[in-house]
Write a protein of this length. Structure first.
Length: 300
């Protein structure tokens, strides 16, 4: 693993269910650009004091899964594909997960909820959030059944929703805005997590139309770390949205040699001046913070 310190101080059906109850530490060196593979600028690296928050972008192939950890709490945002579920469970256990205090499904596509049935079989879950979007698919039904199996209720997530996670950490949804969506991608829950001076923005598969809606609200979308929308597709990460977020670090969750050619060339070109990490290249990407600085560790 390579450690880098950067100095930068679903809901009709869901509502029905409600009623049912080895680390290589870097030194100052010339790093390979994580988008192009070309040599990039030298980055000073060093140890960071124990952090308040660790965010693990888990490699689930062509999908999303993100684990937030503090000393006391855990939150899982999405669970990758069905085919990656065994790896996801293994990785979560390797990261020390015994229970999940919060689970968020950003939207009902299989590459985001495919691993949810396995998650609910393996871990006790405290609370579940999902947007007002349901799907007539087998995997969505299995997800709902997993929630029901633990006697849990869904909480609808939308702009303004506050998730009670842990002391000193604010978790707030900035999307979706409204309740009418062009498609499931634009129903994606978009979550901003802030601790101290550091913020993370997790965008699911929100596309340009959803991005514009969020910008138009006037909400503060700025973030130190951006989970790039829709696996780096050219349908997301508009110029205006990227300007509003103005991230220092960008993470793309994407499958190696995927059939969609994600991330798109247009997106990677927009990110050339950012510190970019990709799960298909780096495996699990951990961005930790003490509220003042961030550190980045990669699995490979």
């Amino acid at each position: 693993m390579r450690k880098i310190k950067t100095r930068i101080a679903w809901l009709v059906l869901l509502l029905l269910s409600v009623t049912l109850m080895g680390c290589h530490k870097g030194t100052a060196s010339q790093m390979l650009d994580r988008v192009t593979g070309q040599a990039g600028p030298s980055i000073e690296t060093s140890n960071l004091e124990p952090s308040n928050l660790k965010v693990h972008f888990i490699d689930v192939g062509q999908g999303d899964s993100i684990l937030l950890q503090t000393h006391n709490k855990t939150m899982l945002i999405d669970a990758g594909t069905r085919s990656s579920s065994d790896k996801l469970i293994k990785d979560l256990k390797k990261l020390g997960v015994e229970k999940l205090d919060v689970v968020v499904a950003t939207h009902p596509h299989e590459d985001h909820i495919g691993g949810m049935p396995s998650v609910f079989k393996e871990f006790r879950v405290g609370k579940v959030y999902a947007p007002n979007a349901s799907a007539n698919t087998k995997i969505f039904q299995q997800f709902v059944e997993g929630v029901q199996s633990q006697g849990l209720k869904f909480t609808q997530i939308e702009r303004g929703t506050i998730i009670d996670f842990d002391e000193g950490i604010q978790v707030k949804a900035v999307g979706p805005v409204g309740d009418t969506y062009e498609d499931y991608n634009n129903a994606s829950a978009v979550i901003k997590v802030t601790t101290g001076k550091i913020s993370y923005l997790f965008t699911g598969d929100a596309e340009a139309s959803s991005e514009k809606q969020m910008i138009d609200t006037g909400d503060d979308l700025s973030a130190t770390v951006l989970k790039v929308g829709h696996h780096g597709s050219d349908t997301s990460t508009s110029d205006e949205f990227l300007k509003a977020v103005n991230p220092k670090v960008c993470v793309i969750s994407v499958g190696k040699d995927n059939k969609y050619n994600h991330p798109s060339k247009s997106t990677t070109e927009k990110l050339l001046k950012k510190d970019v990490y990709r799960t298909d290249i780096s495996g699990i990407i951990t961005v930790a913070t003490d509220g003042e600085n961030i550190s980045v560790e990669t699995e490979r």
